[in-house]
Design a protein. Structure first.
Lengths: 307, 324
């Protein structure tokens, strides 16, 4: 691969990885608190629509914030049902996904009519860091990206610090491992899980905002296209650790970019093979890294303890 | 039983207005806000409602199981005419049509017919061929691209015709073909386009429905890249980069079928519509017309006349010719 082609590939990898990383980091925090939110797809698509609507009113930067808030809003429903009423987390999450996809399609048509919004939203501009962006091959991928990419990258050490070096992070991890013991030691497990899930929702919303505001410039129904579920796989692949999750998201982004590149190279192979590539890699990586780390012990536990 | 009863009462209600009220349903594979394939069908349904006073219903379906279920549901409710909007509906329509002989099932891009099954074929490849002529003449890099949602026969045929059209004026032109894998992921559509642009493609033919919006966005962000829209007139979606659109006038085609049904003259068959019936046409974007080499425009005009006269057909790929 020539170096401009390699630079293009890395750039595409980072772009594809960014929404996945944001969503997966949020899901990591939620899962470390013992809650598996498979409704992340619903929060992403909510972020997409909120991002579009807000961008046309207040511009793309504030719209990113609106996307995060929309994600929190959807996650709040999950909190009420799965934590407040202690309903099954998987079923609640599945319902949230369907709600998000259906609600956004309906609202989109109510707001923009059957014709849609076309490419009307202003998008976030690329921020280039002087000098660093001119480094050959990797400069563009690392230092010439829109705001959400930098945000996602900064969140990796920030979430690590939060989970592993702060009191509230310890409470999150303790709740995810042993809610009974946490409760006995005076931690309000419900409050901890609520915070973690709402943070996850915000990240999902930001991921959706990224798709609209930094990439496509419009909303299309169902545009989240399964990224919420990929994010859940990335959390497992990254072994519930922010750094591992970041690496897993990048691997997935690279597999996607490789798929784009292979198709553009016009190799005479069925395109479905390339489309399956990112998922095959995920399965392979999950199988090979099995047993290195384990999931939080109380992950998905329904009404383990009242707190 | 309940469905049976409601059908009768519906017929009774409209008995005063002479013929029974026309009831028309539409199944689309994607959202009707895509400004293309699905949006055109929905506009057709609304036109049937407005022009013929029909009662209409629309549902978006994703999986073959949902195709069956909704075809059956409309059959049970006694709908007069049910459109399955796309090649992928044909198997389900053929199956369910046998159960409900009083309902006429129509599949767009369909090629089969029975006592109550109709195929509504479009010579979309005519328009794609014309777009290809322009692409072949206007490319500066000698590389053109085509991006589809999924590799289904109508899409493959349109890409083949586009390539052959380009070859007819520029024998050395190279074409790159990519598929998004679905019809919704606009972000992936954009990335497919950027990857093609990085491989020097400067004119891209998109046939990916909603995911195609990402392809327009990729062209807007890249220098000197132009795109062809498909199915609907997408020139206004991104007027600065869309050279033209290969339009299927779906409202016109749908209305044609519904009118025959209402008049009682309808006979199930494979209906082929193309350039001659003005259902398929290339609509150029006036804002960018000046950037197209003049000889290419003349060629487009003369080939269009051949299509209308029926003396020339756009070439179809060898495999599709054997098994449509």
């Amino acid at each position: 691969m020539s170096s401009p082609a390699l630079a293009d590939f890395l750039d595409a990898s980072v772009r594809s990885a960014t929404p996945l990383l944001l969503a997966a980091l949020g899901e990591t925090v939620a899962e470390r608190s013992g809650v598996i939110n498979v409704g992340i797809e619903g929060t992403i698509i909510a972020g997409c629509l909120a991002g579009l609507v807000a961008a046309t009113v207040v511009g793309p930067n504030a719209a990113l914030l609106a996307a995060g808030i929309a994600g929190i809003g959807i996650a709040l429903i999950f909190v009420v049902v799965a934590i407040g009423l202690a309903a099954d987390q998987i079923i609640t999450g599945t319902a949230i996904t369907m709600l998000g996809l259906g609600l956004t399609s309906t609202l989109y048509r109510v707001i923009y009519g059957d014709g849609g919004a076309a490419l009307s939203a202003p998008t976030l501009s690329v921020i280039g860091i002087p000098l660093l962006q001119d480094i050959p091959v990797v400069g563009r991928a690392l230092f010439r990206q829109p705001l959400p990419t930098y945000l996602a990258e900064l969140m990796v050490p920030a979430i690590w610090y939060w989970l592993h070096r702060t009191q509230s992070g310890l409470a999150i991890r303790a709740t995810g491992e042993n809610p009974g013991a946490s409760l006995a030691s005076g931690i309000s497990t419900r409050r901890v899980q609520t915070t973690a899930v709402l943070f996850g929702g915000m990240c999902g919303g930001l991921a959706g905002g990224t798709l609209v505001l930094a990439q496509v410039g419009t909303f299309t129904e169902g545009m989240s296209a399964g990224r919420g579920f990929v994010a859940i796989a990335i959390v497992a692949l990254g072994r519930w650790h922010p750094v591992g999750v970041a690496m897993a998201a990048l691997v997935f982004g690279m597999a996607s970019a490789l798929q784009f590149l292979f198709q553009a190279l016009n190799l005479n192979l069925p395109y479905q093979i390339f489309l399956a590539l990112p998922y095959l890699l995920t399965l392979l990586a999950l199988a090979l890294t099995r047993g290195v780390y384990r999931a939080p012990a109380a992950l998905g536990a329904r009404k383990a303890v009242r707190g | 039983m309940a469905a049976c009863g409601s059908t009768k009462s519906a017929a009774n209600d409209s008995a005063a207005a002479a013929p029974a009220t026309l009831r028309v349903a539409l199944l689309t594979p994607g959202p009707v806000s895509d400004q293309g394939w699905n949006g055109g069908a929905f506009a057709g349904l609304n036109m049937i409602h407005d022009s013929l006073g029909a009662r209409v219903s629309h549902v978006q379906t994703k999986t073959p199981a949902e195709f069956d279920e909704n075809f059956r549901l409309y059959g049970e409710q006694g709908y007069t005419l049910v459109f399955g909007h796309g090649f992928e509906y044909q198997d389900a329509a053929e199956r369910i049509a046998q159960e409900f002989p009083r309902t006429q099932y129509v599949t767009t891009s369909g090629t089969r017919t029975s006592t109550n099954l109709t195929g509504l074929e479009f010579a979309f490849e005519d328009g794609a061929y014309l777009a290809g002529i322009i692409a072949g003449a206007a490319t500066k890099t000698g590389t053109i691209g085509a991006i589809g949602g999924q590799e289904i026969p109508p899409v493959r045929r349109s890409f083949y015709a586009f390539e052959q059209g380009a070859r007819s004026v520029n024998p050395s032109v190279k074409m790159i073909t990519s598929y998004v894998g679905n019809w919704d992921d606009a972000s992936a559509g954009k990335e497919q386009a950027l990857a093609q642009i990085a491989r020097k493609a400067d004119i891209i033919f998109q046939n990916a429905d909603a995911a195609g919006l990402g392809i327009f966005q990729a062209a807007r962000e890249s220098k000197g890249v132009r795109v062809f829209g498909t199915n609907g007139n997408q020139n206004a979606v991104a007027p600065e980069v869309v050279l033209g659109s290969v339009v299927i006038d779906l409202p016109r085609a749908f209305l044609l079928v519904a009118r025959e049904i209402q008049a009682g003259t309808f006979k199930p068959r494979v209906i082929s519509l193309g350039t001659a019936s003005n259902v398929v046409r290339l609509e150029l974007n006036p804002a960018l017309r000046g950037t197209i080499p003049a000889p290419a425009l003349l060629t487009v005009d003369s080939v269009t006349k051949l299509f209308v006269a029926g003396t020339f057909k756009a070439p179809i790929p060898p495999i599709a010719a054997i098994k449509p």
